[in-house]
Ligand binder design. Structure first.
Ligand SMILES: Cc1cc2nc3c(=O)[nH]c(=O)nc-3n(C[C@H](O)[C@H](O)[C@H](O)COP(=O)(O)OP(=O)(O)OC[C@H]3O[C@@H](n4cnc5c(N)ncnc54)[C@H](O)[C@@H]3O)c2cc1C
Length: 518
């Protein structure tokens, strides 16, 4: 029987990037996916006249027409064809006023708010806008971006040993910043608190509030959004997944859909192959897993064969946040609905730690609303639009919901999210809904095979943040012929991060096989 150079488990963003990298470099590559389509979170689904985007709010790292970003760069390197659309804005944050709020004002939508911040692309423009909203914040904002520029250089040096300077003392910024949170760093830079709240709006994409959020981790993302703006593919994220599927096949790689890995075959204490759908055995010299460590060590490898360190890591790491999403096909255009922005964050308080408290267990008032027509005007039939509402939760929020109550519970959550948007933006959504689909954490758990349904991997915490994970990546892998990739790894969640770790794992295998003298 054929032994592949590499078997990749799971065709999420990480697995696709890993398999494409290996196939392009001439390795015999097999990619296995449980579903009948690629992508994991990066997919699409159809209801009535609408093709919905299941996950992608905003993609950082696509780049601009004259400057390609990290994600576009990867597609270019691999030869994947994607029709990108970019948007020259970052986010809008709207905080409706509570009774007695000092400084509340009526915004352009006629809503009494304490914050209404529409933030542009470009470091200088972003800092100027922040200063306009919170006088005295320009310098500290520019200082934060200046610091992040230097931090990435240092991080890249650590990732690419050939670029590593002689000693860690040559990259002092990263050593100084590594243990600091967003709040600590922005306080040290002298940013006024109200400006920090606006600056930290994207915290929810990473799942930790400013008091816990690693400065390096957050800035890696915000920097990229502010540098390039938001990007999305023309035909939902499914287009990106299909582009990578084509790269793999073009280079002779095999992809088997409807193929769930149900066991990892061990030989001489390390992985030697996999069992598919409980029946078929396939062998590979190297294995890359886009399936979570949790799933691999719970279901695929016996405890006796699992390195103790992996069990310890599984026990110590906390599952990242979970998401609830309401997908709406509307029988009105975005103009008729009164929606003027792509990505609007509605929060009951501007402070991310208070937003985090609200998000703990479906307390109402926190919701992100996206309208894809703002970037791709004709992404829905004429006279219609699609909206995408998201909120987040932490922990096992379903444990007290009985199966017979699930439908009612789900409907109530969706109603609450829709009403939050209606009130905060002074618009009407409910009467114009033509199609609705609601995804709760169990929906994502079933589809992605992740603990509690998180698409975000494990919480990046102080002891386990981006830098220690980066430096320890190789020693954190369970076997010398087995690498993980995707949202559980050193860069945390997100499309760009999952692609990055997939490409990196692929390159590690390519280099190892080249070294063996293939
Ligand atoms: C609602 C939502 C909104 C989001 N918004 C954004 C955003 O705006 N920007 C952003 O950058 N990121 C966003 N994300 C996060 C992003 O989608 C994920 O972090 C990223 O896609 C994770 O990719 P991954 O490589 O970890 O693979 P996953 O998407 O987790 O896919 C893993 C794949 O492996 C397969 N698999 C698992 N086990 C097996 C097995 N045993 N055998 C075979 N196949 C298996 C699964 O079926 C799946 O296809 C969002 C996610 C969601 C759900």
């Amino acid at each position: 029987m054929k032994t592949y150079d590499v078997i990749v488990i799971g065709a999420g963003n990480g697995g696709l990037a890993a398999a494409a990298t290996c196939a392009k470099e001439g390795l015999s590559t097999l990619l296995l996916e449980r579903h009948n389509i690629p992508g994991g979170s990066a997919s699409s689904f159809v209801r009535g006249r609408f093709e919905f985007e299941p996950s992608l709010h905003e993609l950082c790292g696509v780049g601009a027409p004259d400057k390609s970003g990290q994600v576009e760069g990867m597609f270019d390197r691999l030869g994947g064809d994607v029709d990108w659309y970019t948007h020259e804005s970052t986010f809008r944050l709207v905080v409706p006023a509570k009774e007695g709020d000092d400084g509340a004002f009526v915004n352009e939508d006629g809503v009494l708010v304490t914050v209404d911040a529409r933030m542009p692309v470009g470091f200088e423009s972003f800092a100027q806008k922040l200063d306009e909203l919170v006088p005295g914040s320009y310098e500290s904002c520019m200082a934060a971006f200046d610091l992040s520029t230097r931090l990435f250089k240092a991080l890249n040096s650590l990732e690419n040993p050939s670029q590593l300077p002689g000693s860690l003392k040559d990259i002092p910024d990263i050593m100084r910043m590594v243990s600091h949170t967003m709040s600590e760093a922005l306080d040290a830079l002298g940013m006024p608190k109200k400006a920090q709240d606006i600056f930290n709006t994207y915290w929810c994409y990473l799942g930790s509030p400013a008091s816990k959020l690693d400065f390096l981790y957050y800035m890696a993302m915000l920097h990229s959004y502010v540098e390039y703006g938001t990007g999305v593919p023309r035909y939902r994220s499914h287009e990106m997944s299909l582009a990578l599927d084509k790269v793999i096949r073009r280079h002779g790689g095999d992809i088997w859909y409807n193929s769930e890995v149900t066991k990892i075959i061990m030989k001489d204490g390390k992985p030697a192959g996999v069992v598919i759908n409980g029946e078929k055995e396939v062998y590979g010299k190297y294995i890359i897993s886009n399936a979570y460590p949790y799933a691999v060590f719970k279901d695929l490898i016996d405890e006796k064969d699992t390195p103790k360190k992996q069990l310890k890591m599984l026990k110590s790491r906390k599952t990242a946040c979970t998401l609830t999403t309401v997908y709406l096909g509307m029988n009105k255009t975005k103009e008729e609905l009164g929606i003027k922005d792509y990505s609007i964050f509605i929060a009951p308080d501007s402070d991310s730690d208070k937003q985090y408290d609200v998000a703990q267990n479906y307390k109402s008032g926190y919701c992100i609303i996206n309208c894809l027509n703002e970037i791709i005007p004709d992404c829905t039939p004429e006279g219609t639009s699609q909206l995408f509402l998201t909120t987040m939760t932490f922990g096992d929020v379903m444990k007290d919901i009985r199966p017979q109550d699930y439908k009612k519970f789900k409907t109530e959550i969706a109603r609450d999210m829709i009403e939050t948007c209606e009130k905060a933006l002074n618009i009407s959504i409910m009467p114009y809904i033509e199609e609705i689909e609601i995804a709760l954490p169990p929906t994502f758990a079933r589809y992605l095979n992740t603990p509690l349904g998180t698409p975000y991997g494990y919480m990046l915490e102080k002891w386990d943040s981006m830098l220690p994970r980066t430096v320890q990546y190789l020693s954190d892998q369970p076997f010398d012929n087995f690498f993980f990739c995707g949202a559980t790894q050193e860069r945390g969640d997100g499309y760009g991060c999952a692609y990055y770790t997939g490409e990196k794992a692929g390159n590690l295998v390519v280099n190892a096989i080249k070294k063996e003298g293939k």
